[in-house]
Design a protein around this ligand. Structure first.
Ligand code: KG4
Ligand code: ZN
Length: 343
């Protein structure tokens, strides 16, 4: 199907409310992301009810804003793409219902986008990376809510090669950071603290290192940090820095090992693509860059973390293939990528 008009993307599956308008060729006409970090920080994590209410308050205004910036009236759109899973059900209902309402009012096709497909296809968005990545490639999704490795073989064609057995890697950074007295979300602060630390001082575990496949497990590493903190009693500034460096090094080494295994599981892969907030971590990036023979591709951070550009792009790819969804499509809090349709 030829798509001639821009597509509106809507994202509200976790704690970012976002909207974007993309031209059919993927050019970004307007985009906005509103982070709720400040609203959740004093609770030390995302509070679903607060997130849902904030999405409801902000999403309509953000959609109006990007349409105005793009100079596109709702009836001129070629479709509306809204994140419909996986994620927190309150936000999914807000994005999907708002998207369906707009589609119904203006007679537009609606696409229920899988958030993970949005992350997976970002590397194929023209202009997102130096040269768009060709299928098949490996995706390492390293965020606060997800930790998985996916073989991306085409639009709608995904095979999950490995996933976490317990925490997401960003969650592990946040928990380790909390043990070291850092505020949520602690990943960036832990990276900062680690700069002054000795990664070799504490012998921390490298979970699943060398184990077949590319599953992940982080809870044992976090518990090891907790034990060291308890053993030390009062922590000096150097203790905190050494623990942060040790934790970060253990994560980086483990991720590199998992990536090596993943590369062996998809012999024709063209690249190793990283996405999610943890992809911002320089030690992680350096370890992944040297993990295997594949080039490491990291979209700019604003497209690595949650955003609506990736949702609009996934919507465009689906509309081009005639893959619109019915207006009674129910949002799915759990929606594995393997269950996507390709035709
Ligand atoms: O993809 P993302 O922005 O959002 C969701 O998970 O929804 O990822 C956020 C996660 C948080 O756990 C945060 O602590 C972690 O990514 N993170 C980092 C860094 N920047 C963000 N972890 C380690 N090092 C960083 N520089
Ligand atoms: Zn995400």
């Amino acid at each position: 199907m030829t798509l001639r008009a821009p597509v509106l993307g809507l994202e509200a599956s976790c704690d970012e409310t976002a909207a974007a308008v993309l031209a059919p060729d993927g050019r970004i006409l307007a985009e906005v992301v509103l982070s709720q970090t400040a609203e959740h920080a004093r609770f030390g994590g995302v509070v679903p009810e607060i997130a849902a209410r904030a999405h409801l308050t902000h999403l309509p205004g953000l959609a109006r804003q990007v349409l105005a910036e793009a100079g596109v009236a709702p009836h001129e759109l070629g479709g509306v793409a809204a994140t419909s899973g996986p994620g927190l059900i309150g936000g999914l209902i807000v994005a999907a219902s708002f998207g369906k309402g707009l589609a119904l009012a203006h007679g537009l096709p609606f696409v229920a986008v899988n958030h993970l497909e949005g992350h997976a296809l970002t590397a194929t968005l023209p202009g997102a990376v130096t040269s768009p990545v060709a299928f098949p490639y490996l995706l390492l999704l390293l965020s606060g809510g997800h930790c998985q490795c996916v073989a991306v073989e085409g639009v709608g064609q995904y095979r999950r090669l490995g996933t976490t057995l317990d925490d997401a890697v960003g969650e592990a950074f946040d928990k380790a950071a909390k043990l070291l007295g850092l505020p949520w979300p602690g990943g960036p602060a832990l990276e900062q603290l680690a700069k002054a630390g000795d990664p070799r001082r504490f012998a921390l575990p490298r979970p699943l290192l060398g184990r077949a496949g590319c599953d992940f497990s982080w809870s044992g590493l976090k518990t090891a940090v907790a034990h060291q903190v308890a053993k030390l009693g009062t922590l000096t500034e150097q203790d905190r820095a050494d623990l942060a460096a040790g934790f970060q090094a253990a994560v980086a080494v483990t991720l590199a090992d998992r990536a090596r295994h993943a590369a062996a599981m998809l012999p024709g892969a063209t690249a190793l693509v990283v996405a999610g907030g943890v992809a911002a971590n320089q030690a992680v990036r350096a370890a992944l860059a040297g993990a295997c023979a594949l080039p490491l591709v990291a979209p700019p951070l604003r497209l690595c973390t949650d955003n609506a550009v990736m949702i609009a792009w996934a919507g465009i790819e689906r509309l081009r293939r005639g893959l619109a969804d019915p207006l009674d499509h129910a949002p799915r809090p759990r929606w594995p990528l393997d269950e996507m349709r390709a035709t």
